[in-house]
Design a protein. Sequence first.
Length: 305
Amino acid sequence: MMKNKSASRRLPANTADIAFSLTLSAPAMLMTIVFILFPVVDSVYKSLLTFKVSNIISGKPGTWNNFQNYIRLFQNNKLVPSIITTFSFVAVVVIFQFVLGMSLALILNSSIRGSRFLRSVMMIPWVVPTVISALVWMWIYQPQYGLLKYFVSLMGINDFAILNNPSTALWGVVVAALWKQIPLTTLLLLAGLQNVPSDMLEAATVDGASGARRFFSVVFPSMKSVVKITLTMAIIENFKQFPLVWTMTGGGPQDATTTLAILSYREAFVSNNFGSGAAVTTVWMFLMMIVVFFYNKFMGSSDVD
């Protein structure tokens, strides 16, 4: 009886705590529902309809079209090349971003002169807006008077065009993306490096472990959670990369840089077919979710010896 009475007395306090917690989380939940969940559900719904500009002007709802938006995208050979381009772009950028970011983090984590100043200067590309970064790199790549053209001409090469060549345009965007994103990756990895237990490193050094062995046996396992979060952010960021690619190439030349983000924009706002654009966005979203899911599963289950 005494236990039941004490439990009944604590109930109002627990209820008050729950109500207080819900009150604090309500704004975030509301923002998530309104600006994330609702647009996602609405996009998936519209991808199943014939929904164009005329429907918006007339106020008429779209009509069910038996998955014709998806079928047409596969039949006109637009979706699959965009998927391949997107995966190629994400894989190359994320791999180089991690390797270069980790290298810079290791350098800045060492006792070199001016490391604090270098950390501050290094963040400038990340602070610059993406569109401005794209314009800067367009000027660098400019085939007539660009900075890169000048240095290449000193070596006797006159026929030089990065963004106008289908075989090199994607690489030009990759370099610009790396320049923009490596600073944040370096900063996150540097924070992880500074939390590696020093006693473990000292013990490994005393045991005669090489630098590579210390990195893969002590450093990397100790900062595995930081690496996991950093690469997850990089994958998502590059999967949804739109302003950089659109500003620099517009998806060209010859669709060489047409990612799913570019294709979605073209279908919705250039071809004025919002249903088709929503279909691309739906495929794009599910592919990104699958990649992030399997990546997190791999990182969660893998161990570094």
